[in-house]
Design a protein around this ligand. Structure first.
Ligand code: CA
Ligand code: CA
Ligand code: CA
Length: 333
C-alpha cells in the first residue's frame, strides 16, 4: 500500500508545478535518509556493491514528470541541450511543450504528474541534478544553472563520457552504490537478511507480481505510490523505469542503469544484475533518481566532499574495466 504522507508530499509538489507560469515556488523533492555510513558491501556481488562511506538522502521516488517539468519551465525556454524530448508528449510520457524556441513553455499531462519522467539521457539527469544543486534557478542553460555545480559539463567531458561528481555536491544522480544500498540493504539487526542485503529491491528474497511494475503489468509507467515502498522508504526501485547511475563502463562508452522497467522481466530486479547503456540513450523505459547530502554545513560539506571523492575513485576504479550487460533498446512489447 502507498505511504499516504509521502504520496501527499508528491501531490503537493505537482500542485506547485501546475501553478507554473511566471513564478512557481521551490520544488520539493521528497527524499529518505540512508544511514549506517561505512557499511559492508554485499557478499553476493563479491563485495562489490552496496557500501557507502557517508550518510545521504535518496529520492523517495524516481524523478517525476512534475519535477522534471518544473525544471524545464525554469531553464528550457530555449533548449540548446535538448532537455526535452518530443516523445515525452506521447503515450509513455507525461510532459508537453508549447510555443517556439526561446519561449517554450511546458506542462504536465493530467494524470501523469507523478509518473516517472522518461526519455531522459544520463546528461539530462546530470543537468537536473545541477539545477537542484544550484538552488533551482531560472534562466538559460549555463554554468550557474545546468552546466556546472555537482557536475562540470564542459571541456569535452560529456563527449568523452568522463564526467564525475564534483566535491561539495549537494544533489546528484545516484551513484551505483548509493542506489544499491537504498535498494537492497536492510541490516540483519533491523529485520533484514542475514547478510544485510536482500536479493530484490522490494526488501525480500522472493518476488511477486504485485510488488513492482515490471513486464506483464499495465505496460506503461505507474504513479509513485502505486506499489509499496521498500525498507528504506523508497518507491519503485524495482521496475517502473530503469534508473541511471554514475558508473562508467565499457571503455567510457556506457553508464550504469539499475532496477528494470515496466517493459522488462523480473531478472532485472536482481541485485546481481547491473546493466549499462550509452549515456545519450533516451528511452521510454529509463529515468533516474537523485541523491542529496542532508543538512550540510560548510565544514561538513568539505568532509563529505572528500569522502565522496574517495568513494568515486574506488567506484570508478572498480567498474571501469567491467562490461555489464547491454541495455537492449527495444520498444515495449
Ligand atoms: Ca535529452
Ligand atoms: Ca542476502
Ligand atoms: Ca525504477
Amino acid at each position: 500500500m502507498p505511504l499516504r504522507p509521502l504520496f501527499a508530499m508528491v501531490v503537493f509538489a505537482a500542485g506547485v508545478v501546475s501553478g507554473i507560469a511566471p513564478a512557481f515556488g521551490q520544488l520539493t523533492i521528497p527524499t529518505v535518509p540512508i544511514g549506517s555510513p561505512g557499511n559492508a558491501p554485499d557478499p553476493l556481488t563479491a563485495r562489490r556493491y552496496g557500501s557507502v562511506a557517508y550518510t545521504y538522502n535518496i529520492g523517495a521516488t524516481e524523478v517525476t514528470n512534475a519535477q522534471y517539468a518544473a525544471f524545464l519551465s525554469a531553464v528550457a525556454a530555449a533548449d540548446p541541450n535538448a532537455l526535452y524530448n518530443s516523445a515525452m508528449a506521447g503515450a509513455f510520457g507525461g510532459i508537453t511543450r508549447a510555443g517556439s524556441p526561446g519561449s517554450w513553455t511546458y506542462a504536465t499531462i493530467p494524470g501523469r504528474e507523478n509518473n516517472p519522467v522518461n526519455y531522459v539521457s544520463f546528461w539530462d539527469a546530470t543537468r537536473f541534478a545541477n539545477w537542484l544543486h544550484n538552488g533551482q534557478p531560472t534562466g538559460p542553460q549555463n554554468a550557474s544553472t545546468t552546466e556546472g555545480g555537482a557536475y562540470t559539463l564542459s571541456g569535452g567531458t560529456v563527449f568523452s563520457n568522463t564526467v564525475t561528481r564534483n566535491a561539495g555536491w549537494l544533489w546528484a544522480v545516484t551513484s551505483e552504490n548509493e542506489w544499491y544500498k537504498a535498494a537492497y540493504c536492510q541490516p540483519a539487526a533491523q529485520g533484514g537478511d542475514a547478510d544485510d542485503y536482500w536479493f530484490y529491491p522490494t526488501s525480500s528474497n522472493t518476488f511477486s507480481a504485485d510488488q513492482a511494475n515490471f513486464i506483464g503489468g499495465v505496460a506503461n509507467t505507474t504513479p509513485a505510490g502505486t506499489y509499496a515502498p521498500n525498507f528504506a522508504g523508497a518507491f519503485d526501485m524495482g521496475g517502473n523505469v530503469w534508473e541511471w547511475n554514475e558508473t562508467i563502463s565499457s571503455n567510457f562508452t556506457r553508464r550504469g542503469i539499475r532496477g528494470g522497467s515496466f517493459s522488462d522481466p523480473e531478472i532485472y530486479l536482481w541485485s546481481n544484475n547491473p546493466l549499462a547503456a550509452r549515456p545519450s540513450t533516451e528511452s521510454e523505459a529509463i529515468g533516474f533518481r537523485v541523491s542529496s547530502i542532508p543538512g550540510p554545513s560548510a565544514a561538513a560539506l568539505l568532509l563529505l566532499g572528500a569522502a565522496a571523492a574517495i568513494h568515486r575513485r574506488r567506484s570508478i576504479g572498480a567498474h571501469s574495466s567491467s562490461a555489464p550487460r547491454e541495455y537492449n533498446e527495444q520498444p515495449p512489447q
